[in-house]
Design a protein around this ligand. Sequence first.
Ligand code: SAM
Ligand code: SF4
Ligand code: SF4
Length: 339
Amino acid sequence: MTDTQYIRDRLNRPMKDLRISVIDQCNFRCTYCMPAEIFGEDYKFLPFKELLSFDEIVRLVEIFAKFGTEKIRITGGEPLLRKNLDQLIKRLYAIDGIKDIAITTNGVFLTKQAKKLKEAGLDRVNLSLDAIEDDVFKEINGRGVKTKPVLKGIEAAQEAGLQVKINMVVKKGLNDSQILPMARYFKGTDVILRFIEFMDVGNHNGWNMNTVVSKQEIIDRINIEMPLEPAEQNYYGEVATRYRYIDGSGEIGVISSVTDSFCGSCTRIRLSADGKLYTCLFATTGYDIKTPLREHASDHQLILELIKLWSGRTDRYSDERAEGKPLKREKIEMSYIGG
Ligand code: SAM
Ligand code: SF4
Ligand code: SF4
């Protein structure tokens, strides 16, 4: 597929990456994502029959692949809670044109699943770990889980031959004390640590600008102790800005969605677990593709819907935030759409 063959949106951005949320439930209650007060015992998660089946997901991915989608990311909620996920990955891997399958996970269930996921065709894992000290991590994940099961998950993924990156969301006052300990821990290992600026996703995480630790501040803090230099982009649309340790002991990345937004190169489309397509992480409503799927729409009809959706896309929420435009709106939750 040449670059000119992709469908383009109103800002000339090609549709390239598909993120699929396979479940909205999670074993954690990270305070910035699924605060326990909101996502309590009586919270109504999606009933199983509302979730897209593997057959439905595979059919949609076959259509996306025809439009040049090569990269798939599986997410959640916690995607490893979806039963038989390896079987889905095996089927996605077999689709013509799909070249890269990754997963974003909190890692707790990887010790049991890493090997079979790799065998099914999974290439990469982004593992979320927001602190290396147990006390801080226990408070963040809202379930009192220590770092050990996650660190074991990292080991299992590496042993299985999966590429591993670590995602650390940084929220001021919650875990910015962990920036240096995390950098020290992963420096010199094969694992790339990526810091994510805390974002105003969803409606319940108490975000305001004072809770963000900027990319510049993260880099400055690390650079004093472990000198860094900028590294080149790996590919167009890469979300992380890369930095190399000057002493040659690896690299880190920072995803600066707030202080240095990158809407201009956003090529991502997201599919929720209940079959809605979202063209932005900060959207209010999605396009229901499950109904036509379940009403036996032809591939041709589904393709027309997809073209209509993407070619009308104008989303640039983070750029607008940076420009100071008023952005009050009800948004989808991160645990629903998966980041
Ligand atoms: N449960 C899986 C996990 O935690 O990796 C996958 C879903 S989770 C919603 C995907 C990613 O979104 C995680 O790396 C998480 O840290 C990140 N995330 C959640 N809320 C966020 C926020 N408000 N700002 C920035 N990143 C956030
Ligand atoms: Fe669960 Fe991931 Fe959200 Fe944490 S960030 S509550 S692990 S979905
Ligand atoms: Fe893409 Fe929306 Fe994020 Fe901008 S704000 S980078 S359009 S998901």
